[in-house]
Design a protein around this ligand. Structure first.
Ligand code: SLL
Length: 266
């Protein structure tokens, strides 16, 4: 039997675990996505909403249940998905309209954390900041698949000691995953080999992959770097625009003064 852990919080410690949530939608199409029998005529898309680990790593050691609240027009619109170790929390549906999904996260009992809520807009139609971005989504390599995915980090502030151990005790061997979450290396158990995902992410870590490995794995240090570069460029542009606007303003103020002086003379 495992040692009984004291249940003190670890003061001034904060630990995070990356995760992804979002939706993927596909229009019905006789070739690429045929409509299964029995689906109502007005349904135009199949879609999936999910919460999962970065690089598909397991997150069920900290998340035990996800409740998805869908639009009231959908039968049985409050759905609960319980953890299956190593698998994403996912729900598949069909429909015709976009709406906001309420995603409630329930943490493992050892965490003593209250559930938290996320909101996510289900997107069925190509979207983007520009027409090109929309076009890319419509006709890009994914051809009509509309992804709306978010990277996020779950922060646990001052976690309980026993939960901290669960969070950090390394990858579980495949055999022990079946029985539930487990809590790392137990007394008398052999050293667990740390396993890495294909992208190099170590299970039960806060790592994200170094490089981007295609549309299914868009969240990596590389993507982050690209975003930073984009932001830097945007900042330079904004600074340049601010400078020009200031110049214009100064010119106009000068002209105003001149006009006032002329007016006073007259
Ligand atoms: C809209 N405000 O008008 C949104 C509502 C509701 C979507 C969208 C029903 C699916 C079913 C469905 O797709 N509802 O009947 O199972 O766009």
């Amino acid at each position: 039997m495992a040692d009984k852990k004291s249940n003190k919080r670890i003061k001034s410690l904060s630990i995070h675990r990356p995760f992804i949530y979002g939706t993927t939608a596909r229009p019905f199409d006789p070739l690429r996505n045929p409509k299964p029998p029995g689906i109502p005529d007005d349904h135009t898309h199949s879609w999936e909403v999910f919460v999962k680990g970065v690089d598909d790593t397991d997150i069920t050691y900290w998340l035990r249940r996800v409740q998805f609240k869908l639009h009231e027009s959908i039968p049985n619109h409050v759905r609960v998905v319980d953890a299956v170790p190593g698998k994403p929390f996912s729900l598949k549906e069909t429909g015709w309209g976009e709406f906001e999904i309420t995603i409630r996260l329930y943490y493992v009992s050892e965490s003593n954390e209250k559930p938290q809520t996320l909101y996510h807009h289900l997107r069925l139609h190509p979207y983007g900041r520009t027409e090109e971005e929309k076009e890319e989504m419509k006709n890009g390599p994914d051809g009509g698949v509309v992804k709306s995915w978010n990277y996020d980090e779950q922060i646990f502030n001052e976690p309980y000691e026993s939960f901290y151990e669960i969070l950090t005790s390394g990858a579980m061997p495949a055999s022990s995953m079946k029985g539930g979450r487990g809590g790392g290396k137990q007394k008398g158990e052999k050293e667990v080999k740390m396993e890495r995902s294909e992208g190099g992410v170590l299970a039960r870590s806060a790592m994200i992959p170094l490089t981007n490995r295609g549309p299914e794995y868009p969240f990596s240090r590389e993507t982050e770097q690209c975003e930073i570069e984009k932001l830097k460029k945007a900042l330079v542009k904004v600074e340049e625009m601010t400078r020009k606007t200031k110049e214009e303003m100064e010119k106009k103020e000068k002209r105003l003064k001149e006009l006032k002086a002329e007016g006073a003379k007259a």
